[in-house]
Design a binder for this molecule. Structure first.
Ligand SMILES: Nc1ncnc2c1ncn2[C@@H]1O[C@H](COP(=O)(O)OP(=O)(O)OP(=O)(O)O)[C@@H](O)[C@H]1O
Ligand SMILES: [Mg+2]
Length: 326
């Protein structure tokens, strides 16, 4: 976010600099325009002096308004007569809605659409979301799942996954007002967990909210490197881990295990995000028992807190193997 706002600042400064250059160029090329501007400046200086000496005078001044309008009209005409575009001496905004500040609104400042869009683009390129055009709710294909009954339920794997899709579709419809902010996908390999995480990520990004999706391995490598390099400045990734509306940690359990480091960092992330009412989605091949064994009680009590977490069990056959057979 800071990086993007710095770019906005730089762009505004560049535009102001460019305008100054254009003004200098036109002033020397068109002395008549310089005289026009000078007459306004002289008028304003005189008015300021009068106001200082007579503070009771009403500063609203119809004459000034008319003069400014008149000069602006003459300026435009002069520019066009001499082959310049008529907006040559005005600031050019990339986004007229926020005038390139990133925020709109008088009293309550809100992020402008252009800023949200930039945030989304940045998170797309930086987080692991390159697959979203292929893996989303529109491309969800129930036929990749076999029609065989699941021993643990009265549905086939295909029916079960259609139900799962429906539940998550409803979840994204209510987003971000869901009472439970965390989702935990558990299940063996090749059952469609990552695919459905991508569906959610795309739906949430399309609402203009921010998403960071990382594999657990990359997340903890990054955190570990930032501890040992102690560069002092937090990386964009570290900031995003706490700030994004939704953090998705895929494949929890595949990270390198480093004594208490992983459990402590994971607790920190889950806890901070819980306190700030932010969404965290996780997927794992580990069973609930494995999770208890791998991480500290503090982590599992957060993860299994059914007040705030929906645990979704993925079951059935590995569809990657199925694909190979057919
Ligand atoms: N609903 C779906 N429609 C179409 N393709 C799917 C669907 N679900 C999964 N796939 C495809 O099946 C393969 C396996 O799915 P996915 O990667 O989501 O499994 P996973 O449960 O995350 O596995 P792992 O635990 O190994 O990460 C992927 O190539 C994915 O694109
Ligand atoms: Mg996966």
């Amino acid at each position: 976010m800071k990086e993007i706002l710095r770019e906005y600042d730089t762009y505004r400064q560049e535009q102001q600099e460019a305008l100054k250059q254009r003004e200098m160029e036109v002033m020397s090329a068109l002395p008549e325009l310089a005289r026009l501007r000078h007459s306004l400046v002289t008028y304003l200086a005189q008015k300021a002096r009068t106001l200082i000496l007579n503070p009771d005078i009403n500063p609203a001044d119809e004459q000034e308004e008319n003069l400014a309008k008149d000069i602006s009209k003459k300026e435009k005409a002069l520019l066009m007569e001499n082959g310049y575009p008529k907006d040559y001496l005005t600031l050019h905004y990339r986004c007229p809605a926020c005038r390139d500040t990133g925020y709109v609104g008088e009293l309550v400042k809100e992020k402008c659409k252009c800023l949200i869009q930039k945030l989304v683009e940045r998170t797309y390129s930086f987080s692991e979301l390159s697959n979203l055009d292929k893996e989303n709710f529109n491309t969800f294909d129930p036929d990749v799942f076999p029609d065989t009954p699941l021993p643990e339920s009265n549905m086939t794997q295909k029916e079960y996954m259609q139900q799962m899709k429906a539940v998550l579709w409803e979840y994204q419809e209510s987003y971000p007002h869901n009472p439970r902010k965390n989702l935990l996908f558990t299940g063996k390999t090749g059952l469609g967990k990552t695919f459905l995480l991508n569906c959610l990520a795309k739906a949430i990004l399309d609402k203009g909210c921010t998403v960071l999706k990382v594999t657990s391995y990359n997340l903890f490598e990054h955190l570990f490197q930032s501890v040992i390099s102690s560069s002092g400045e937090d990386s964009l990734m570290k900031e995003s881990i706490f700030e994004v509306d939704t953090l998705i940690i895929d494949d929890l359990g595949t990270e390198t295990r480093r004594n208490n480091f992983t459990a402590e960092e994971l607790f920190n992330i889950l806890n901070e995000r819980y306190l700030n009412q932010k969404h965290t989605f996780l997927s794992t091949n580990l069973s609930l028992t494995d999770l208890r064994e791998y991480y500290s009680d503090r982590v599992t009590s957060r993860l299994f807190d059914t007040q705030n977490t929906i645990i979704l069990r993925f079951m059935g056959q590995d569809i990657r193997l199925r694909g190979k057979r057919t």
